[in-house]
Ligand binder design. Structure first.
Ligand code: PFF
Length: 514
């Protein structure tokens, strides 16, 4: 993103449409695709490969992306480009004196909340770069005891034969009988240790408050550094190389896992909906995830749009961003679930650590795995950084425009307060894990509120603004390239379907919870 500037005259703009698409995709593609989408898919998959809840969730997600995400992305970019301002300023500029600016303020608050817990997860990715460098994943043999492995064998045998009365001795004897000699048996035990190890390593990592806070602070400083140092120079250039690198790496890994025995089970898991398990809560999560993943509903795309030149096509750009973002989410899920199914990994727990437990296993089975693991987690950190930067930028540019702060003060004030709020999020996995409300930790509450309530609310505001407050002529001026029927469909979606559908889902879920 180019640096926003108070003065209209020296506002930067993207050199070309590709620059804009890459920068906006940099904001969109991040932990939402790589960490959260596979995590939610797993959560709704019931943790079992044979249930189809995951497929239903993926289906709903794709529906939300097409019917709500894409039309709203166009609307948000449109507001930004027309107003050439940061979110609050944009609403003020287009409809002075009106209450629409509340939508802008809501976006800033949401950005604030998201950044506080998002950086915690970005910190995990940083910790995993360190773990890859020190080659921690390779030491699994000494870390997992034989007893742990024997317990797993017992559990697996009981599950497979649906007989809880099988004794440990019998299970181990059956297991041993599968291998012709002691070398093959030892290798099988080793493999079992590798399957169990990443999960143990991850929960160990989460239980350390110092590590989590340390990496969280590190990542926050990194974000502050980039936003202060100027986004348009370094990070945009890196973006052009590293985003395609991440894409390529995910593509290669996807092919790799799909060619392993059992790997294609990931495709059935992800793409075969059953609809019997559909619930309004699932719809809300799919919708919230669509907003979160596309950086929609809080003014991030709006801010990028404000740097888009007049002669660039908004519709085509939005299609490109949305397709890229969705492809990355699907690829990441194929890789993660492909690894889980082909290596028979443990599918227990919430799935919050899937990105950190399933990936190292694939690399341990590949030549050059150590370097590849380092590279992969570095790319994840980079993807997260381009997202945290866009979040902080929304907060900072509003403080600059609305409070008249200097850029430096705005960035430091915003980041300072966000850091304080983020600490309880980091502690949600250890010290504060029992501190819950409605069964949710501080981390979960922030995530739930931001993704499932605040972003959809912001989305309703944006849709109503573009649908009802802007005139047809104003919209047409920004979207001259759309053929009349396409424009009409889009306008219909943004005027009626998007606000109504999002409102219904929000209200229905909230009522269900009261
Ligand atoms: N879209 C980002 C992701 O999927 O990781 C998260 C995000 C970034 C949300 C920026 C909102 C935002 F304004």
């Amino acid at each position: 993103m180019s640096q926003p500037d108070n003065k209209q005259s020296d506002r930067g703009s993207f050199g070309n449409r590709l620059g804009f698409i890459l920068a906006a995709a940099g904001s969109a593609v991040g932990l939402g695709n790589l960490w959260k989408f596979p995590y939610l898919t797993y959560k709704f998959g019931g943790g079992e490969g044979d249930q189809h809840g995951a497929g239903t969730f993926v289906f709903l997600y794709l529906l939300c992306i097409a019917l709500v995400g894409l039309p709203l992305a166009i609307a948000e970019i449109l507001i930004g480009r027309r107003a050439k301002k940061s979110p609050v300023g944009a609403f003020k500029a287009l409809r002075p004196g009106s209450l629409w600016r509340a939508v802008g303020y809501l976006g800033v608050v949401t950005g604030f909340i998201i950044l506080s817990y998002y950086t915690v997860v970005a910190g995990w990715a940083t910790g995993y770069v360190a773990k890859s460098v020190t080659n921690e994943f390779a030491n699994y043999e000494s870390h997992v005891s034989n007893e742990t492995v024997y317990d797993r064998i017992l559990q697996e045998t009981r599950e497979a034969q649906q007989d809880q009365s099988i004794s440990k001795e019998a299970a181990l004897a059956q297991f041993g009988a599968k291998y012709p000699d002691s070398e093959a048996y030892d290798n099988a035990i080793k493999e079992k240790k590798l399957e169990a190890y990443p999960v143990a390593l991850f929960s160990d990592f989460l239980s350390s408050p110092y590590k989590l806070i340390g990496y969280f602070l590190f990542f926050m400083l990194l974000t502050v550094g980039v936003v202060l140092g100027g986004v348009s120079g370094g990070i945009e250039r890196w973006n052009r190389i590293l985003m395609p690198a991440l894409f390529l790496m995910l593509g290669i890994l996807a092919v790799r896992v799909l060619t392993l025995p059992g790997g294609t089970k990931a495709l059935t898991f992800l793409f075969k909906p059953s609809f019997s398990d559909i619930s309004i809560e699932m719809v809300l999560f799919a919708l919230g995830q669509a907003f979160f993943s596309l950086s929609l509903g809080m003014g991030a795309l709006l801010t990028y749009g404000s740097y888009l030149k007049k002669n660039e096509r908004i519709g085509a750009s939005a299609v490109a961003i949305v397709s890229l973002d969705t492809t990355v989410a699907l690829l990441a899920s194929i890789v993660i679930f492909g690894s889980i199914f082909s290596y028979g990994l443990v599918m227990k727990g919430s799935g919050i650590g899937n990105l950190f437990t399933a990936i190292p296993v694939i690399f341990q089975h590949m030549p050059g795995g150590r370097i590849l693991t380092i590279l992969f987690y570095l790319l994840i950190c980079f993807a997260a950084l381009t997202s945290t930067v866009s979040l902080l930028e929304v907060v900072a540019s509003t403080l600059i425009d609305e409070r008249g702060m200097k850029r430096r003060t705005a960035v430091l004030t915003g980041a300072g307060v966000i850091t304080l709020v983020g600490i309880p999020c980091a502690l949600s996995f250890n010290v504060l894990s029992d501190f819950t409300l409605a069964g949710k930790t501080v981390f979960d509450l922030f995530d739930y509120f931001a993704s499932n309530i605040a972003l959809p609310l912001g989305g309703i505001g944006i849709a109503l603004f573009v649908g009802w407050a802007l005139t047809r002529a104003e919209k047409r001026e920004e979207l001259p390239e759309l053929a009349t029927p396409t424009f009409r469909v889009w306008n219909f979606l943004i005027k009626y379907l998007v606000p109504a559908a999002v409102a219904i889902v929000l209200i229905a879920t909230l009522m269900g919870q009261i």
